[in-house]
Design a protein around this ligand. Structure first.
Ligand code: PXG
Length: 464
């Protein structure tokens, strides 16, 4: 067997990668021609590539490394758990200590009566669980027709058939015959892109009332649940107008439907509270969790459900579960991650310290000639690039400016992603003020360079 190590030349690693490894959300041919960046190690908020470049990871991996890279405690817990009980399942009337301890801790942290956890291996699996769970819940209550789930366009809820159907990504629906039946999508509260001549407050109300209209058109007796990310992440860190969530809450209270908060990105401190739904002020019946639950050190997700949902489901056999539901190593690592977040007051650090510090600097990026708006909630932020400052104009060549800016960021030692022409960040929550300064300084330099290049190439043109 060939031994492949970090010490091989980058070009050889890239050639082997292109030959055998299929990448998520990638054009394989284009990537093979370019060569994937090989990441070899990471510490704190920094990753290192095979060429020895240190890069500030302002995406915390994929929105998940909340406590930062390189925490030995998690490695030690994993090794200890692997020696003691590397695997056992929780089917067939068995359980184990990591599952018990993690479920108990989550019940303590989650707000209100969210006291019961169904574990999965990822956010996608957890959202698949949610689809089956809410439909089973209503069937148990004698309402089997109450099975439509309302979601939002441009939402991201995962990549499995069920969770991608819940999501509102048209590019995903176009492949493989999605969505599955009985999922309905309303418009997103993205004032910058879609608000037209309305004020943000008017627009927030209008978009929230689409939920009420959808419920009334289909009939309350057909709607099982509404699912939403408190702040849309993968869709471009869309922060809704202030009027939006209070109106959504009023509508959900007025109609008999379950509320699912997808906390996969917003959970575990990202927005300055333990959960994003606390930041936007609503109490869900079910929460989807993953990512920051283990800070990405192990794959684990789950659904935290209310006493009432658990009681209804508890009266039947719910024919659902994954081999790796409550995997003992993943559960032990997640528990250690939660201990670190709690004992080091990382949520408080985001709320009172690094969050406000970064917000001040991030919002000042709105003064840049290429930037239309700069938004941030806790440690998830976005900026909208625009060819005509002050007009909310989109680029004629959609996505080119975002791509160019992202490439400049990489060259300047910063991972900042683009979603179309929105630039997004979601750095580790343990970011220091010096690192926040570096982030802003590199982002500004990249914006300057992208702006100059767009001008040179005649790409500063608005869509008609
Ligand atoms: N819900 C939300 C809100 C997410 O952001 C999932 C569910 C699915 O989780 P898993 O663990 O199955 O991936 C996610 C995942 C991106 C990107 O491009 C975002 C995610 C995943 C992959 C890419 O920003 N979020």
């Amino acid at each position: 067997m060939t031994t492949i190590t970090n010490h091989m030349p980058t070009s050889e690693l890239q050639a082997l990668d292109a030959a055998h490894h299929m990448h998520p959300f990638s054009n394989q041919d284009e990537l093979a021609a370019k060569g994937a960046r090989v990441i070899t190690r990471a510490k704190g908020a920094w990753i290192t590539d095979s060429e020895g470049n240190d890069i500030l990871d302002a995406m915390a991996g994929l929105w998940c490394v909340n406590i930062g890279y390189g925490r030995d405690e998690l490695a030690e817990v994993a090794a200890r758990q692997m020696r003691e009980l590397p695997y056992y399942n929780t089917f067939f009337q068995t359980t184990h200590v990591p599952a018990i301890a993690l479920a108990q801790k989550l019940a303590e942290l989650a707000p209100g009566d969210l006291n019961h956890v169904f574990f999965a291996g990822s956010g996608s699996e957890a959202n698949d669980t949610n689809i089956r769970m809410v439909r089973t819940y209503w069937a148990q209550k004698g309402k089997p027709d109450k099975k439509v789930i309302i979601s939002r366009k441009n939402a991201y809820h995962g990549s499995s058939v069920g969770s991608a159907s819940l999501g509102g990504m048209s590019g995903m629906h176009a492949q493989g015959g999605l969505p599955i039946p009985d999922i309905h999508h309303i418009d997103q509260p993205n004032w910058w892109a879609e608000g037209g001549d309305t004020t943000p407050e008017e627009f927030g109300l209008e978009r929230a009332r689409q939920l009420e209209r959808a419920i009334e058109e289909m009939g309350e007796d057909r709607i099982a649940a509404f699912i939403a990310e408190p702040v849309q992440g993968a869709g471009g860190v869309i922060v809704p107008p202030d009027s939006y969530w209070s109106e959504i809450r009023r509508i959900c209270d007025a109609h008999d439907i379950l509320l699912i908060a997808d906390e996969v990105i917003c959970g575990f401190g990202r927005t300055g509270n333990w959960f994003g739904s606390q930041t936007v002020g609503w109490q869900p019946d079910i929460m989807t969790i993953a990512k920051g639950l283990s800070s990405g050190y192990q794959p684990i997700g789950g659904s935290i459900v209310s006493d009432e949902v658990a009681a209804v489901l508890g009266a039947c056999e719910f024919n659902h579960g994954y081999t790796y539901s409550a995997h003992p190593v993943a559960a032990a690592v997640a528990l250690e991650n939660l201990r670190i977040i709690e004992e080091e007051n990382i949520v408080g650090h985001v709320r009172d310290d690094i969050g406000p510090y970064l917000k001040h600097k991030w919002e000042a990026l709105a003064d840049h000639p290429l930037v239309g708006e700069a938004r941030i909630v806790g440690m998830m932020g976005s900026i909208a690039l625009t060819p005509h400052k002050g007009s909310r104009a989109n680029f004629a060549d959609a996505g080119a400016a975002g791509y160019m800016c992202r490439e400049r960021c990489f060259a300047n030692g910063l991972v900042m992603r683009h979603v179309g022409d929105r630039m997004i960040i979601s750095p580790p929550l343990v970011l220091t003020k010096a690192e926040a300064d570096t982030l802003i300084e590199r982002a500004t330099r990249s914006l300057d360079e992208a702006h100059a290049a767009l001008k040179d190439e005649g790409l500063l043109k608005a869509a008609s």
